[in-house]
Design a protein around this ligand. Structure first.
Ligand code: GLC
Length: 426
């Protein structure tokens, strides 16, 4: 497939999954609007339809909760093909949503779409309207998910991480009970190969947490302390810090000084706290179990995605070395889990496969850190995967097997973004 055909195909995926005011990640498996999918997909739309790109983010932020939280799924239309649906979450919203959040990459996306916009007037108007909402979400994070003011936010459910089934959660998840979870019928395994998806035991724990939070009325002043699952994820925190930094920069240029100043303070605190997640032994950042008070010795992509935040240059250089080591044990960068680790699984959801969105954010972080040599390798591997196996949700880093849902929106959006951002050999 040449790049022109690839671009055309990618646009087709986006328009097939476009529901007018929002985009579904893929038909069937994910029939609603997902939070960080929308922000990252907007980057793709922006290359050929700026109003549609802004609309995607506007719709997402229109469903922000009063306390500032932006939900991970918005159930715009009923659809029986997905479990757990609105009746399980019971958040009581007029347009139903889940009660947990997802990686806050929207601040980054807004700044990027704004800065390269052809329609500057529209971009300024949209940014002015969106920044206060995004800023309120960031403040919510540090208030509700870092009540002791450590500078790092915790996730209360693996689905908040966006890396739903990562090995990182295994030990902490074992401590989540399953008692009281009634019988349920999963829908994901009717759309995707069960070998690619989480196990039933894990699903029970996912649902136990949902029921627990629901029993607390989804009150975010209570959830953090009550949750038996509290994990600090370096990649997630890096996305939050980066979005705060982008909001600070853009707000300052738009004369929104209070937002700029408050955002800069959050960045400074977050960057300082990221140091506590570094492991010399592993040569990367690690997750931290806030219930146990210990780092989680699991070599996942999250500790490399940390480079999306303004981390020290020496750390970025060390993360490049880490990727070079990973490259010795796979054919396509960057595996979501170290292929030499016993828990690695090249097919199963976030336990090994490659996600283009992660590759894009890591490459972007390295570009900012001046670590440019590794970037063509990461970017070319993305395109090789698409050429070999199409616009799948994710790919096996050894065989390139396409996994999860097909015809995937953010995979296509990343291809559009990459082909328009990087200079590539034809
Ligand atoms: C899966 C992914 C999550 C994504 C969602 C929709 O749940 O783990 O990151 O947002 O699918 O694509």
């Amino acid at each position: 497939m040449n790049h022109t055909d690839m671009l055309q195909h990618a646009r087709q995926v986006l328009s097939d999954n476009d529901r007018g005011t929002y985009t579904v990640p893929t038909h069937g498996l994910y029939p609603f609007q997902w939070n960080w999918d929308s922000a990252l997909s907007a980057l793709g739309f922006a290359h050929f339809d700026e109003p549609r790109a802004w609309g995607e983010i506007e719709t997402l932020m229109a469903h922000q909760w009063e306390d500032g939280m932006v939900p991970h799924i918005i159930f715009h239309q009923p659809d029986d093909g997905y479990f757990p649906g609105p009746d399980v979450w019971g958040t009581g919203r007029t347009v139903p949503t889940t009660g947990i959040t997802q990686p806050p990459v929207t601040g980054f996306a807004v700044r990027r779409i704004h800065d390269r916009a052809r329609d500057k007037g529209l971009a300024r108007a949209q940014a002015r309207a969106l920044l206060p909402k995004i800023h309120a979400w960031h403040e919510w994070f540090y208030r509700a998910r870092d009540p002791e003011g450590t500078g790092l936010v915790a996730l209360l459910h693996p689905w908040e991480s966006g890396r739903d089934n990562s090995v990182d959660w295994d030990a902490a998840f074992e401590r989540v009970p399953t008692e009281g979870v009634g019988a349920f019928v999963r829908r994901d395994t009717t759309h995707a190969n069960p070998a690619h998806r989480p196990t039933d035991e894990q699903y029970k724990r996912y649902i136990w947490l949902v029921q627990k939070f629901r029993s607390l009325g989804w009150d975010n002043t209570k959830l953090h302390d009550a949750s038996p699952f509290k994990v600090v994820d370096p990649g997630f925190n890096a996305i939050l810090i980066r979005s705060c930094e982008d909001v600070a920069d853009l707000a300052a240029r738009l004369g929104m000084d209070e937002i700029a100043e408050a955002s800069r303070a959050m960045v400074a605190k977050g960057v300082a706290a990221m140091k506590t997640l570094w492991s010399d032994e592993m040569g990367q950042y690690l997750c931290y179990d806030r219930c146990q008070g210990a780092l989680i010795q699991s070599p996942s992509i999250s500790g490399i995605l940390a480079t999306f935040a303004p981390i020290p240059k020496a750390r970025a250089a060390a993360l490049v070395r880490r990727i070079e080591t990973l490259a010795d044990s796979c054919n396509y960068l960057i595996p979501s889990h170290d292929p030499t680790h016993p828990a690695f699984d090249g097919l199963r959801y976030w336990r090994g496969p490659v996600w283009l969105i992660v590759n894009y954010m890591v490459a972007d972080g390295f570009a900012r850190a001046g670590e440019t040599e590794i970037i063509p390798r990461i970017i070319n591997d993305c395109l090789r995967l698409i050429e070999t196996s199409g616009f799948a949700e994710y790919h096996d880093p050894i065989t390139a097997e396409p996994c999860g849902g097909p015809h995937f929106t953010w995979t296509a959006a990343m291809v559009i973004e990459i082909l328009n951002t990087y200079e590539l050999a034809a």
